[in-house]
Design a protein around this ligand. Structure first.
Ligand SMILES: Cc1ncc(COP(=O)(O)O)c(C=O)c1O
Length: 385
């Protein structure tokens, strides 16, 4: 079949084949521990499920949501941004409900990039940045996230002729997959860079709430000058174990919110209003419910790090996210290591290189299973050393 140049330029999607591979191994009697995708085995808050059950049959909620969506969700989001970050936003002009944050991330480049325009993308990184920039006809400028730079994009790496063509800079801290966090002065430098060079800052904040040991990630909107250049993406997926519900939001510069809304109005019609009502319930239980969920991830982190160290892996303790970013301990590629982990030990991990060449030399473990299963996985992985 003839496919477009843009489509042909897409890499394979990480873990795309994993469902089938896992099923094959199970059929062969293997007990597979899947630590590949960032999709925990934990339940959403009961009040969210209850709210969904209450409203799912309501006639009014079966209508098209359009981009306006549920007023109460916009207001709840604005209220949460205020409570959580001390940031005041207009629920109609500076907030936009999304069908999962990925959807909004992926639609933005269609409004901002012309042929020849470029976007700075962290490598390794969440593949929606690369995929959407490529499909929109932009040029991805992949900047490696290196341990010696604390997995931050050094602004000095963005140089040369391409610097003038950059329209979007993607950041994601706390970071998937490296688990890195960014200090305040880094955000200040990036915002200043974006203001100075006319670049849009797209900050992906999917892990804003999954942070440990008292660390509280900030919103970029807390920093001076961010309102002029930034859009920030938030998600219900990890905070509330609602990956399948497909709900998130964008917040930030009103012009960016408006253009993203316009793109979306040609491509989708908004998330089911009952899901949006459930999102209101999620935000309402944030203070009571989320700390317990984060504590679960923190306990899993502690157990997994302890057991992997015991097994011989050199691994640092992450301050945030639901992942561990582990150096491949052998003289082989990340892909080879992950393939051996799966085929001989029945443990699915994500080779860092699946998220970009910059991820070579590492593999990612998602803390998506119980402490007992993580312990078992560490023990099995020790056989690979
Ligand atoms: C960095 C990052 N951004 C965005 C998302 C997507 O979240 P959502 O489920 O809201 O689309 C993920 C999901 O894994 C992610 O890791």
């Amino acid at each position: 079949m003839h496919t477009s140049r843009r489509f042909t330029a897409l890499p394979d999607f990480p873990l795309a084949d994993m469902g089938r591979v896992q099923q094959d191994l199970k059929n062969r009697g293997m007990d597979v521990i899947n630590l590949g995708a960032g999709d925990a085995d934990l339940d959403p808050p009961p009040t969210v499920v209850d709210r969904m059950c209450q409203v799912v049959g309501e006639t009014a909620y079966s209508r098209y949501p359009f981009q306006a969506g549920l007023a109460s969700l916009r207001e709840a989001i604005a209220g949460w941004m205020q409570d959580r970050f001390g940031v005041t936003v207009d629920p109609w002009k500076e907030v936009l409900p999304l069908i999962g944050s990925k959807e909004g991330i992926a639609h933005l480049p269609f409004a901002l990039l012309d042929d020849g325009d470029a976007a700075v993308i962290p490598d390794p990184g969440y593949q929606a940045y690369l995929g959407s920039v490529t499909l929109a006809g932009g040029e991805p400028l992949l900047i490696p996230l290196r341990p010696e730079n604390n997995f931050l994009i050094p602004l000095t790496d963005i140089s040369g002729a391409i610097a003038d063509r950059i329209r979007i800079l993607y950041l994601n801290y706390p970071n998937n997959p490296t688990t890195a966090i960014a200090p305040d002065n880094y955000f200040e430098q990036v915002i200043s860079y974006c203001n100075h060079h006319g670049v849009i800052l797209a900050h992906d904040h999917a892990y804003s709430e999954i942070a440990f040991d008292g660390y509280r990630p900030k919103s970029v909107l807390e920093f001076e000058g961010a309102r002029d250049v930034a859009i920030e993406y938030h998600s219900f997926s990890k905070t509330y174990n609602m990956t399948g519900w497909r709900l998130g939001w964008a917040v930030g510069n009103p012009d960016l919110i408006s253009i993203l809304s316009k793109v979306k109005s040609f491509l989708d019609t908004g998330q089911f209003l009952a899901v949006q009502a459930a999102g209101v319930a999620a935000l309402a239980c944030w203070k009571q419910w989320v700390p317990g969920n984060v504590a679960t991830f923190q306990e899993r982190r502690d157990v997994a790090v302890r057991e992997l160290r015991k097994a011989g892996f050199d691994i640092s303790l992450p301050h945030a996210t639901m992942y561990l970013w582990v150096p491949v301990p052998t003289q082989e590629s990340a892909e080879n290591f992950a393939a051996r982990a799966l085929e001989t030990e029945g443990v699915i991990v994500l080779p860092g290189s699946a998220l970009g060449r910059g991820g070579e030399g590492f593999f990612r473990i998602a803390l998506t299973k119980t402490e007992a299963r993580l312990t078992e996985a560490a023990e099995r992985l020790s056989h690979l050393l």
